[in-house]
Design a protein around this ligand. Structure first.
Ligand SMILES: [Zn+2]
Length: 460
């Protein structure tokens, strides 16, 4: 049965619609703090019904009564990828949960290691409502304006889990969602631009890579009817030059939305340019070399999800993003904390001498120059292999079929080599190779450098 006909579920949704979307606007900082503490107590009580958390907390000598709010979270041990894996599947959900109602979500596995958790039906609705919260800040109305969402609908992902298998499947294609176009980022950019051109959206949300390709096609004369007012990027770090290119090509305002499979949307840039944390649905901490660090210092994200009855996410140490928090408030009227910067995925990083760590955001910066400077989308796939601290191999799959594209392989090689050399120094040996094929199921970045003995000094 379509759960939208179930009155209990519907009333939950309506309550969420009226209370969740505007919470950061409605509550002041003090009220938000009270709300957050209440949510923490709820999820901790719930976590004690989940074998993984129950065992971990018992071992650490923690009772639910000791955790009264955000200020007590530090008493709890961190939860690693390994913890989730070893208790999967039955140990990561509540003994009270109805397993058939949960939706299995698998993280994207950019390093080749996938991780599955369970999400509950209300998470799905909240995921969509938080999207509404974001676009509402830009004056976009999801019932009046047209929205194109280019998500990752590969079979195992959050997008697919929610839109295709989850409850939204009952609504997609329905008149309820007639203003929303769902497209798959794994499709060919030329096919995607045709669909977007027909739909003529006011808003486009997608991954930086796909949006960059669309901008290049638009510049070459495709998609003449695509004139959105706003474009939001999700999924990976957007470098400032690529942002400028997309912004200028579409004459649209571009902003970033930050999220992860396990938590949904965690933060977004408001119209004042500040990165707001969705403090009513997540709590963020930053860890560097074993310590929790304060504002302005970069480190690994430790996240706690303040809602949901699937797998609890509490002091979760498996997202592997490098971020920094920002002190202060924004004057746009939204309560909650701020993020200073999202640096990118740590498990997609390369390590160099003197404690230098090169993150995914730097790769994006280098590779996007191929798009907006050389104006070519010939690169179809990349694979980076670090053989040692001093030797890097970059493999590229290049599509040479477009006869109108006069950019040569050596032009592409030299812009990439120059980009890497500028970041890591001229003493590092960089070999770029053209290959026929790359196994997309394997990790995109492989490094022979030992991470365990490495001390992080600087992110480049
Ligand atoms: Zn703001």
């Amino acid at each position: 049965m379509n759960p939208f006909y179930n009155p209990v579920f519907l009333s939950k949704i309506l309550k969420s619609y009226f209370f969740d979307i505007n919470r950061l606007k409605r509550l002041n900082y003090q009220q938000l703090q009270i709300y957050r503490d209440k949510q923490i107590r709820k999820i901790i009580n719930y976590a004690f019904t989940v074998p993984l958390y129950k065992d971990k907390y018992k071992k650490a000598g923690i009772q639910p009564s000791q955790i009264n709010g955000v200020k007590d979270l530090h008493k709890l041990p961190l939860i690693s990828k390994f913890d989730i894996e070893s208790y999967y599947p039955d140990g990561i959900i509540s003994a009270k949960a109805n397993k058939d109602k949960l939706i299995k979500i698998t993280t994207s596995g950019t390093t080749g290691k996938k991780l599955s958790i369970f999400s509950d039906p209300c998470d799905v609705i909240l995921w969509f409502f938080i999207y509404i919260r974001v676009i509402r800040e830009y004056g976009i109305n999801w019932r009046k304006n047209k929205l194109t969402i280019i998500g990752d609908f590969a079979p195992h992902t959050i997008g697919s889990g929610y839109v295709k298998q989850g409850f939204l499947k009952n609504l997609t294609g329905d008149t309820f969602f007639k203003n929303i176009q769902w497209l798959d980022t794994n499709s060919e950019p030329k096919d995607v631009i045709k669909e977007v051109d027909k739909f003529q959206p006011d808003f486009v949300g997608g991954y930086p890579g796909m949006l960059g390709h669309l901008a290049l096609l638009k510049e070459k004369g495709y998609g003449r009817n695509i004139n959105p007012q706003y474009i939001a990027t999700i999924g990976s770090v957007l470098d400032s030059s690529l942002k400028k290119f997309i912004q200028e090509t579409f004459s649209a305002t571009v902003f970033e939305v930050y999220g992860a499979t396990e938590t949904g949307t965690m933060a977004f840039q408001c119209s004042k340019g500040n990165y707001h944390i969705m403090s009513d649905i997540v709590h963020m901490e930053v860890e560097n070399n074993g310590d929790i660090v304060s504002y302005g210092k970069a480190g690994k994200l430790i996240v706690t999800k303040l809602y949901g009855y699937g797998t609890p996410i509490i002091r979760y140490d498996a997202i592997n993003d490098i971020v920094a928090l920002k002190q202060g408030k924004c004057n746009c009227g939204m309560a909650g904390s701020l993020l200073e910067k999202v640096y990118g995925r740590d498990d997609l990083s390369l390590l160099f001498k003197d404690g230098k760590v090169m993150l995914a955001s730097s790769f994006a910066e280098i590779f996007s120059r191929v798009l907006y400077e050389l104006k070519t989308n010939k690169i179809k796939n990349t694979h980076i292999i670090q053989h040692s601290l001093k030797n890097l191999e970059i493999q590229l799959v290049i599509d040479d079929n477009d006869k109108n594209d006069k950019i040569s392989v050596s032009d592409i090689f030299s812009i990439i080599k120059e980009g890497f050399q500028k970041k890591v120094g001229s003493d590092i040996e960089i070999n770029i190779k053209q290959v026929e094929k790359i196994d997309r199921t394997g990790p995109r970045i492989v490094s022979a450098v030992d991470r365990n003995s490495f001390v992080v000094k600087q992110y480049i």
